[in-house]
Design a protein around this ligand. Structure first.
Ligand code: M6R
Length: 584
């Protein structure tokens, strides 16, 4: 949700460097973009900004050694040039990721005093507050610290001041990572922005602030203003992990990464898994919380635990947890599943659950994420960077790890490992160009239909729900998933001649439901291990036993990807969405 990036160093092309880095963060927001360069000689902070995707931008910048930039996912204020970041107020230039929840009350005060606003954003109000504090005689660092005491909500900001060299940043709730390369320093919302230059990083924590100038880096506590030291960390990522390589889109690359990401997801020592199991066993109530696709993973995990270890899990969408808060106490195991580990709804659940004494377990793809760092026990899913907005490899990695955890909970870790490594090999065999081409041909038959329905039972029911999300978000076709046995209780009324219905699995009851659909005119796309006469089209998946949900999801991802392509859409950047949802 908005990407921010800053560069300071000896080179005079900081503007172009920021533009290049921002392009790697485009998955965080792609409504509009902007860069501010401290112009060599004049020291003026020259802003270049526009609406549209940053990937298409190739503009010159003034010479300068320092620059900050932003790629936006609009919250306050529509997609206009005026609302794009950076915003300038007096000597202050800033970019912002997050939401300033109480901005309206401050804006009212400034307007009453005659201040003029150039945008509808909450960010510009922060600029006015910092500028006012500077005018009151505070130093730049003090002005930022004091301004942060007035901001409610999650945010991270980067600030430049005219005539004051260097770049300041502060964080409360939205990620900021500092990259260090001898005499050059970077600050970004995510590592790929500077991965080409360095793998040496410091993670800024909540209520911390940093000042960078060339190779100089100083960290401060945001409340006290005292200088603090941070641990240098070398991240294991390689540049090619964050690039498309030979693939046309990140989504396809990430689908094919599942050849080995599932094996990586389960590559945990027994004692790490047992620590997580202990946390579950010491509780008298387990909640599995997540959003969007990860929430569907949790619904599948509810079946895994029920079938394998007999544990009852309460699955709740993170945004709905407040309605069940009275049940959360010191005996609760609160388990979060999140690719990014920065999703605002989950962070809020974790903060509130922690305050009530619950034990926190998380599965995330970003080990340094806020969710991971708040947890008592964290299990990395090790999928590698996932950049397409539509989650694919992180989804199957989360399912694989939860399936393994269910086995560990039942005292059957080795059995779980065996099952998942067999599944991983079968997926490896499955993912080839011929298989992809077959699925593309099936997608081409139905691409013009306005509606699609997907049914599944047992652990394939959550996969039907997830299939609907995949189809919706990348192809914009209206898709809905149902429990196979539920269609006769209402959804059958939606079926008319030629409507495509994807049927996940080949259990006898599911096939009966497929017949009910076909009788009413539906076209049936079977996704299963065995073919059936009732199917108009068949996409084969390996028989993976308890891991069937994982194997079945992969062709569905490919199907969605090709629907998007056939409709001339960019599957990596669906309209209105962003990869990491750091606002509520
Ligand atoms: O980073 P998270 O896993 O917490 O994100 C949760 C959802 O926003 C995410 O799964 C979303 O639904 C995806 N776009 C689906 O593909």
């Amino acid at each position: 949700m908005c990407g921010i990036f800053a560069v300071t160093g000896p080179e005079q092309d900081a503007g172009s460097q920021v533009l290049k880095g921002l392009k790697t963060l485009e998955y965080r927001g792609y409504d509009s973009w902007g860069v501010s360069v401290r112009e060599a000689g004049s020291n003026d902070l020259v802003v270049t900004k526009d609406i549209g995707k940053i990937s298409n931008v190739n503009v010159p910048f003034p010479k300068g050694k320092e620059a900050v930039g932003h790629t936006r996912w609009a919250t306050h204020g529509g997609v206009t040039v005026a609302n794009s970041h950076p915003h300038q107020v007096g000597d202050v230039t800033l970019v912002h990721n997050g939401i300033f929840e109480n901005y309206a009350e401050h804006k009212k005060r400034f307007l009453a005093a005659g201040s003029v606003f150039n945008s509808d954003t909450d960010t510009e109000v922060i600029g006015h507050i910092i500028s006012e504090l500077l005018n009151d005689g505070l130093s730049p660092a003090e002005a930022i610290r004091t301004a942060c005491t007035k901001i409610e909500g999650r945010f991270s900001i980067l600030v430049m001041f005219k005539d004051v060299p260097g770049i300041y940043a502060a964080r409360r709730g939205s990620p900021l990572i500092i990259g260090r390369d001898k005499d050059q320093t970077f600050i970004a919302s995510d590592i790929p922005a500077f991965l080409e230059k360095t793998r040496l990083v410091n993670y800024l924590d909540d209520d911390e602030m940093v000042f960078i100038e060339g190779g100089k880096v100083q960290f401060y506590d945001l409340d006290s203003g005292e200088e603090i030291t941070k641990r240098d960390i070398e991240v294991p990522w390689k540049l090619e992990h964050a690039e498309k390589g030979e693939y046309k889109h990140f989504m396809l690359k990430e689908i094919f990464d599942q050849k080995d990401s599932i094996a990586r997801a389960i590559n945990h020592e027994d004692d790490v898994l047992n620590k997580a199991v202990e946390l579950l066993k010491s509780s008298n109530g387990t909640y599995l919380v997540a959003c969007g696709t990860a929430h569907k993973v949790c619904l599948a995990a509810e079946y895994f635990f029920s079938q394998i270890s007999g544990r009852k899990i309460n699955v709740v969408a993170a945004s709905e947890v407040p309605y069940f808060e009275r049940f959360i106490n010191q005996r609760t195991a609160m388990v979060a599943v999140s690719q990014s580990g920065e999703t605002a709804d989950i962070l809020e659940v974790f903060e509130r659950a922690k305050a009530r004494g619950a034990k926190l377990l998380s599965l995330t793809n970003v080990e340094s994420s806020s969710v991971a760092r708040m947890s008592d026990v964290h299990l990395p899913i090790n999928a590698g960077p996932e950049k397409a907005v539509a989650s694919t490899k992180a989804t199957t990695a989360q399912m694989a790890l939860l399936l393994l955890l269910a086995h560990a909970d039942a005292g059957k870790i080795n059995q779980g490992r065996e099952l998942l490594s067999t599944t991983s090999s079968a997926i490896n065999d499955l993912l080839n160009p011929r298989y992809e081409e077959h699925i593309r041909a099936v997608a081409a038959k139905y691409v013009d239909r306005p509606n699609m329905f997907i049914i599944g039972r047992g652990p394939l029911y959550p996969i039907a729900l997830e299939a609907a999300i995949k189809i919706q978000e990348v192809s914009y076709i209206h898709a809905q998933g149902f429990a196979a046995g539920e269609i006769k209780h209402g959804p059958l009324a939606l079926i008319e001649e030629g409507v495509p219905c994807m049927v996940l699995g080949d259990e006898l009851e599911t096939i009966s439901n497929a017949i009910e659909l076909k009788t009413r005119g539906a076209k049936i796309i079977g996704v299963s291990s065995e073919n059936a006469d009732i199917f108009d089209d068949w996409i084969k998946v390996p028989d993976a036993g308890c891991a069937q949900a994982i194997a079945t999801l992969i062709p569905v991802q490919i199907f969605s990807y090709h629907l998007a392509l056939l409709r001339n859409l960019d599957p990596d950047m669906p309209r209105n969405l962003a990869k990491s949802v750091t606002v509520k």
